[in-house]
Design a protein around this ligand. Structure first.
Ligand code: PLP
Ligand code: COI
Length: 338
């Protein structure tokens, strides 16, 4: 086990010794390669560089109370990467290759899986890039699939304490983040101005409204939004947000715990009626929201400085499953025999 200050880790990049790679050429995937380099050697005309023909995923591995290493719903990440491939015409990584490479990279870097009780986990970042050279706008005929790992702490420095969020101007948001079912890198570059605006205003993340009418809530930066009222978990239905695996899981947990759930458009004006609101995602886990500040009108929606009871219950159940403390009735975790 590495000697790191695990409980002080931010959500950032820490070098781990190995990554795994696989190349797609002549219509098929090659052998899995292990690399100790942090760099890729890439053609100057590669489609990922020019046309953003690339997609990434994010999932986590947890060291449990029982010492076992669990990976959460990797098959859902594989499925979403496959739908990203369909969206931008990339070669598909099937479940078998996705899992084989994921398991291998975790095994190779197992000394970096944070100890139980530190609140940290090993983040896994799969990356699929078009490497073939094209100058016309067309899909590459060569691809590389890379997976690296990095130990991470909480996405928001607040951890499981309320974070403030900023509603940003439309002009600071160039594009929706999750276009339907796909998760492409270029979209995140388009969000950087908005993220900066939110940070400059002292907030942890921007809140995006729908691009057409600026009337409905879309997402919270790199996380989905949820609100709670009348024992109901409510989350936006929108074609321009990323379908979060965490959000889908929380919906199922909410039902298991006896709450009602609704997935429907949420008007900004409805914010005032929620008892609790939060952000959820692999990186964000469940992050309660304290204040939502509209930077255009200066209106502040205040949800208090403590996590609400329903968010707390959902958080404890989700994290409990991930760390092996709560029974995994849905079979979401795969225990890695490493
Ligand atoms: N929305 C966006 C834009 C994201 O980048 C992410 C994280 O990947 C999420 C939502 C949360 O998705 P998930 O729960 O699958 O990590
Ligand atoms: C994740 O939650 O895995 C994300 O991808 C967030 C991120 C883009 C930093």
């Amino acid at each position: 086990m590495q000697d790191l200050k695990w409980s002080e880790l931010p959500f950032g990049y820490v070098r781990t010794p190995y990554n795994v790679r696989c190349k797609y050429k002549n219509g098929k995937w090659g052998e899995i390669e292990v690399s100790d380099s942090e760099y890729v050697n890439i053609h100057i005309a590669a489609t990922c560089l020019h046309y953003g023909q690339e997609a990434f995923e994010g999932l986590k591995t947890y060291r449990g109370k029982d010492g076992k290493v669990r990976i959460f719903r990797w098959d859902e990440n594989a499925k979403r990467l496959q739908s990203s491939s369909e969206g931008i015409l990339m070669a598909k990584v099937d479940d078998k290759l996705f899992f084989e490479m994921t398991k291998k990279v975790v095994d190779l870097n197992k000394d970096f899986i944070p100890p139980y009780g530190t609140g940290a986990s090993l983040y896994i970042r799969p990356l699929l890039i078009g490497t073939g050279a094209e100058v016309g706008v067309k899909p590459a005929d060569e691809y590389e699939f890379i997976i690296f790992t990095t130990p991470v702490g909480p996405y928001f420095k607040e951890g499981f304490k309320p974070v403030n969020i900023a509603i940003i101007k439309d002009s600071d948001r160039a594009a929706p983040l999750g276009t339907g079912l796909i998760k492409i890198g270029g979209n995140y570059a388009a969000s950087l101005r908005g993220v900066k605006r939110a940070h400059d205003a002292g907030c942890g993340s921007p809140m995006y409204l729908d691009c057409v009418n600026r009337k409905f809530i879309d997402e919270i930066g790199a996380a989905n939004f949820f609100g709670i009222k009348n024992n109901t978990y409510i989350t936006p239905k929108s074609s321009s947000i990323l379908p979060s695996i965490t959000n889908k899981s929380i919906e199922e947990l909410a039902q298991l715990l006896g709450y009602k759930t609704e997935r429907r458009p949420i008007e900004l004006t409805e914010l005032e009626t929620f008892e609790e609101v939060g952000a959820c995602g692999t990186a964000a886990v469940i992050s309660p929201i304290g204040k939502i500040i509209d930077l255009e009108t200066n209106k502040i929606y205040d949800f208090g400085d403590k996590p609400g009871p329903v968010s707390t219950k959902l958080y404890e159940t989700l994290v409990g499953i991930q760390y092996g403390e709560v029974e995994d009735t849905f079979n979401w975790c795969t225990i890695l025999d490493i």
